[in-house]
Design a protein around this ligand. Sequence first.
Ligand SMILES: Nc1nc2c(c(=O)[nH]1)N[C@H]1C(S)=C(S)[C@@H](COP(=O)(O)OP(=O)(O)OC[C@H]3O[C@@H](n4cnc5c(N)ncnc54)[C@H](O)[C@@H]3O)O[C@H]1N2
Ligand code: MOO
Length: 340
Amino acid sequence: MRVVRTNQAVGMVLGHDITEIVPNVFKGVAFKKGHVIKEEDVERLLRIGKEHVYVFQLKPDELHEDDAAIQLGELACGEGVYFTEPSEGKINIVAKHRGLLKINKELLEEINDLGEICLATIHGNRRIDKDGLIGGCRVIPLTIPKQKISEAKAILKDAKPMIEVKSFKPLKTAIIVTGSEVYKGRIEDKFGPVVEKKIEAYDSDVIYKTIVPDELDRIKETVLRCKDKGAELIIVTGGMSVDPDDKTPGAIKAAGAEIISYGTPVLPGAMLLVGYIEGIPIFGLPGCVMFSHTTAFDILLPRVFAGERIVRRDITRMGYGGQCLKCQSCSFPDCHFGKC
Ligand SMILES: Nc1nc2c(c(=O)[nH]1)N[C@H]1C(S)=C(S)[C@@H](COP(=O)(O)OP(=O)(O)OC[C@H]3O[C@@H](n4cnc5c(N)ncnc54)[C@H](O)[C@@H]3O)O[C@H]1N2
Ligand code: MOO
């Protein structure tokens, strides 16, 4: 550290906290150690009585923590993501709009493995709202060798963005409610409205909704009709379990769908089916989706609305984090459920 005249210190890094006391008005830190002195700070520093200050002298191969955080933010943030001005050396990483949050975990690990860098995020593959906090970044010391940032650049330069938020695209949705007890009017349909609400949360329209009995051919024909009607997402409710009247998985298969998975390692949601029929995503939803606040369906929906194609491994890895704790007040997706 060296002493410089305050009016010659613009652009330099303050080496210590500076306290200001204005009787009855303010007592506290006016400038924090590490602050880069700006033109407009000089007058205030002089009023505090600091005609000289201690400053850090950055060596040519060093970066101040604020500049390092900005450069790391620029490297890490892809589409749909921005970062805030550094404060005390830290930037916040934030969603520009709502959508599906994607985090490249491997790259994140590699960057943190460089040392002297802290890049922390929430889990990816979840829905995030506009201005939702994704993470933060800072370097550990007050200054960092520029070489570290070059190493981070080398890791990220040919890779996809480490953090991005994919926009949701509305999907014309068809809902087929199965159940002879519902079809014959023995009970009122309580499943359709639950699903409709979840679809509308993605600004998507339900273009077709019908109730059919537990008959394989009826369900199959209705699936094909939905496809012909231009549905971009088909959802079949009920009949997903092991009773003799549970015909939905067989009917979806008979309609020609490629079954990605019948069964998910998620509770609730174990009996869920995901498939594609000529590229159109199709779900078979078990009774728990009607009953439980949050299930495997809620974990997968953001990915479908972001246009991702679900593959079998996406399903199988859901076991880790796949047990819902059924909290009294559900905070999903701000919880461990579905984070793998
Ligand atoms: N022996 C086993 N039983 C069950 C298993 C199992 O593995 N072995 N799995 C359980 C799990 S997990 C779930 S989830 C449910 C799956 O149920 P289904 O999808 O087969 O649902 P249904 O049998 O069609 O109906 C169950 C229940 O819900 C009522 N229901 C269905 N649809 C509607 C609707 N649209 N509106 C109102 N109520 C509806 C239906 O009347 C039944 O009471 O299976 C477990 N059992
Ligand atoms: O599919 Mo049931 O899916 O776990 O309650």
